[in-house]
Design a protein around this ligand. Structure first.
Ligand SMILES: [Zn+2]
Length: 505
């Protein structure tokens, strides 16, 4: 997400909160293609250092036994901050989401094909699923299965055996209701499926809220592949993560198929439905870029075109772009979210600024290719995205990074005091500025300690260590100590867990 924004006007310092951008995930299962080639992208010609993630792409298969799902094998955990969301018994591998949106009656009709592995033997298991939606049929491995749906808990009354794989199919319909967000931020108060006055749809769902529109294990440690089929009356079209594999018009409806060829956490899934114009672009290194903006919206398109320069700039800092493609879609939100391979931007001047574009794309390395296992570690995402944004801002404004950090330090004290230490925040204050600025200052201190060469080598290496995985805080910090040869326990403790801002050098 984007952070809160700060503006200095004359001698009066005005603190403006920049909103964190949320991620949306959309998914539809499209069975069929027996070897999965439909969704595969050509390997781009990005040079020898390009990270090739297409080798693990399972295509559009829904067969839970398909060995190509290996990148989606996860170690699901119960979240330490939001334990009521997610079920560690479920390790989802693939969501095939076939969604039909009626913008007149505001009804979503869906079929979710969920391929998953059971992580333990149990008499029943559950997924998260919004109260606004009603299950009309459910099968497990093609056998009808009883479900109960109380609150957002969809309980499937069937025994599962540890390490066995299953295909759950859920048919449903209803009007999705957004979820209350556990936050005090000013730029969003709900997450998930959001319907505009015109009947358009967008979704941002960090830290959870994917369950408002499909049955899902809605906790970040469980990554899965996705396919989406979105049907809606033309000229509206559906946008989701990954790449558009086909778009047709049938009986006045547009049918858009999307394939995500990397495993993603549910908070990184996006769905947008509305009238859109598609613009193709390519980064200098060959990453295919696509921008989805409202027809004739020159302002949004101009902002999205900054993506190309931002990717080029970020590849110099962070290494080769970690996925096979990058898209962006502009929606009627006040925030922006680093949804995987399809970033979702609100349409305000701030969310369409180069700073936010750089920030959200930086998350593809820090947040998306590797993601937190537990929400207590969202600082891993936001700290580095914010630091990289600070380096970019310094360059854009002709200041030194030290100057930018000095400025941020004047705010950080207050953020830490009100929302708590970045590594130990109050779960009711998700996404406050404390998880952004403190960790960004921490990285700058570490950079000064290590020197530029060692620091940036570490920053570039980390996203390649656990590709499509969910390393823990401990794994990350241990790795940094090993990589740098420094003893940093006290340093990290002070910055991440301290009630007060540590002394800066
Ligand atoms: Zn962010």
């Amino acid at each position: 997400m984007k952070s809160k924004l700060i503006a200095i006007v004359g001698v009066v310092v005005a603190v403006v909160v920049v909103a964190v951008v949320a991620i949306l995930v959309g998914g539809l299962a499209v069975g069929g293609d027996d070897n999965g080639t439909a969704g595969k992208k050509a390997v781009r010609s990005g040079g020898p250092t390009t990270v090739d993630t297409t080798d693990s792409d399972p295509g559009t298969t829904t067969d839970p036994e398909d060995p190509a799902f290996k990148a989606a094998l996860s170690k699901p955990v119960e979240d330490s901050l939001y334990p009521n969301v997610g079920d560690p018994i479920v390790d989802s591998l693939h969501y095939g989401l076939d969604l039909t949106w009626d913008p007149e009656d505001k009804v979503l009709t869906g079929r979710a094909e969920v391929a998953f592995r059971a992580t333990a033997s149990q008499q029943e298991f559950q997924l998260d699923f919004g109260e606004g939606l009603e299950v009309t049929a459910a099968t497990l491995d093609a056998q009808e299965v009883e479900v109960t749906h109380v609150g957002k808990d969809l309980v499937i009354k069937a025994p599962v055996t540890k390490d066995q794989r299953y295909l759950l199919v859920v048919d449903y319909e209803g009007t999705p209701e957004p979820a209350d967000a556990p936050t005090t931020r000013s730029d969003f108060s709900t997450t998930g499926f959001t319907i505009t006055d015109d009947g358009d749809v967008w979704t941002m769902q960090e830290p959870y809220g994917a369950y408002t529109w499909y049955p899902v294990n809605d906790q970040p440690s469980d990554k899965a592949f996705y396919d989406f089929t979105i049907t809606t009356p033309a000229p509206r079209v559906g946008i989701a993560n990954g790449q558009l594999t086909s778009q047709t018009e049938v009986d006045g409806n547009s049918v858009s198929r999307w394939h995500l060829d990397s495993a993603a956490s549910s908070y990184l899934i996006t769905l947008a439905i509305g009238e859109y114009e598609q613009t193709e672009d390519t980064s200098a290194s060959g990453v295919p870029l696509t921008y989805w903006t409202a027809p004739g919206d020159a302002r949004a398109l101009k902002a999205m075109k900054y993506t190309k320069r931002a990717v080029d700039w970020l590849e110099e800092k962070l290494g080769p772009y970690p996925f096979s493609s990058l898209g962006s879609v502009v929606v009627d939100s006040e925030s922006a979210m680093e949804t995987q391979q399809m970033i979702t931007y609100g349409d305000s001047d701030y969310t369409l600024s180069p700073d936010v574009v750089v920030h959200e794309i930086a998350h593809q390395w820090y947040g998306d290719i590797t993601s937190p296992s537990d929400w207590k570690d969202v600082w891993i995402n936001e700290g580095m995205a914010m630091y990289v944004q600070g380096v970019f801002e310094a360059q854009q404004t002709g200041r030194t990074v030290d100057d930018v950090m000095d400025e941020w330090a004047t705010w950080e004290k207050q953020y830490r005091a009100t929302a708590g230490p970045p590594g130990n925040y109050d779960p009711r204050t998700f996404g406050e500025s404390n998880i952004y600025y403190g960790p960004a200052l921490m990285w700058h201190e570490l950079r000064k300690k290590l020197g530029d060469e060692k620091f940036w080598a570490m920053v570039r290496a980390w996203p390649t260590v656990h590709k499509q995985g969910n390393p823990t805080r401990e794994e990350y910090l241990d790795w940094i100590e090993q990589e740098t040869g420094e003893e940093l326990t006290d340093f990290f403790d002070a910055w991440l867990m301290g009630e007060k801002t540590p002394k800066r050098s």
